[in-house]
Design a protein around this ligand. Structure first.
Ligand SMILES: Cc1cc2nc3c(=O)[nH]c(=O)nc-3n(C[C@H](O)[C@H](O)[C@H](O)COP(=O)(O)O)c2cc1C
Length: 269
């Protein structure tokens, strides 16, 4: 039986994942992911996409350093813009959460097992309609369907990714380092890996959130249910409950967590 999810579930669960576990992404999965990209439509069936899979530590570090520099500039520009034109109060929380995750990505990008550069080769053979400017939108429109297919395939296989473009600020340096010809565009940079923490499910609570909820409620006992019954990704099936216990211990409430064992009766006082 296949453990892959359906296309609608993949679309609904497709969120920007910016924290990755170091577990390697097997070649076999990478091929499947790239093949999904090649099934996308492209103008005149030009298939102008090219994929560069960066796995080596030095290469990833080189890209991360440039990405981080770009993020710092972008974050500063955002701060200045927000100071001039403050966002509505209700948007502050979500914006801050995203900024925190994006900053963490910039710091740890190289730790994702794979950095995938989706590139676009030029089309010298494309005819232009006389007197009309050729819009770059028409060119990029032949690559982003492939990017979206890749993101969906990544999700369907239980992995995580996020579409990023900040590397473009230092694109020339990255192209030189990877030997990418000057006329080729690096359209998107996708870190790919098993996600961390496991928060794909729309209604899912992480073990640490559950401990916080328990504390907020001031309850006497916590009895975790359903742990070990399904996997969210490639994490070991007992990982959520182990994380729950570890966080409870850290907060000094481990005795209030009651993990039931099959066939064992437990009385609550
Ligand atoms: C064209 C484009 C460029 C993006 N560039 C970046 C980026 O450089 N860094 C980043 O962390 N996220 C980037 N994102 C991800 C968006 O922030 C993300 O898709 C959006 O916040 C929605 O998040 P969600 O899918 O979790 O709802 C980009 C998304 C798109 C479509």
């Amino acid at each position: 039986m296949s453990s892959e999810i359906g296309v609608f579930e993949a679309m609904y669960q497709l969120r920007a994942m910016r924290r990755f576990k170091p577990d390697p992404v097997p070649d076999e999965l990478m091929w499947k992911i790239l093949e999904a990209g090649t099934k996308a439509p492209s103008g005149s069936n030009s298939q102008v996409w090219r994929f560069i899979v960066v796995r080596d530590g030095d290469g990833k570090r080189f890209i991360q350093e440039r990405y981080k520099r770009a993020w710092d500039l972008y974050a500063q520009a955002n701060l200045e813009a927000a100071a001039k034109n403050p966002p509505p109060a209700e948007e502050l929380g979500p914006r801050l959460r995203m900024a925190r995750a994006a900053a963490e990505l910039a710091e740890h990008l190289h730790e994702a097992p794979v950095l995938l550069l989706v590139c676009m080769v030029p089309r010298a053979d494309l005819p232009t309609v006389e007197g009309r400017r050729r819009s770059p939108a028409g060119l990029y429109a032949s690559v982003f369907p492939a990017v979206q297919n890749i993101l969906l395939a990544v999700r369907a296989l239980g992995l995580g990714s996020v579409l990023t473009t900040l590397h473009l600020l230092y694109e020339d340096e990255i192209k030189e380092r990877l030997g990418i010809p000057a006329e080729v565009d690096t359209v998107a940079l996708l870190p790919i890996g098993a996600y961390h923490p496991d928060s794909f499910r729309r209604v899912h609570t992480s073990p640490e959130d559950a401990v916080q909820g328990f504390l907020d409620l001031g309850a006497r006992w916590m009895v975790p249910m359903h742990y070990g019954t399904f996997r969210l990704s490639y994490e070991p099936v007992d990982e959520p409950v182990e994380r729950l216990k570890a966080d409870a211990k850290r907060r000094g409430i481990e005795r209030k967590i009651c993990v039931l064992e099959e066939g064992v009766t437990k009385f609550f006082e």
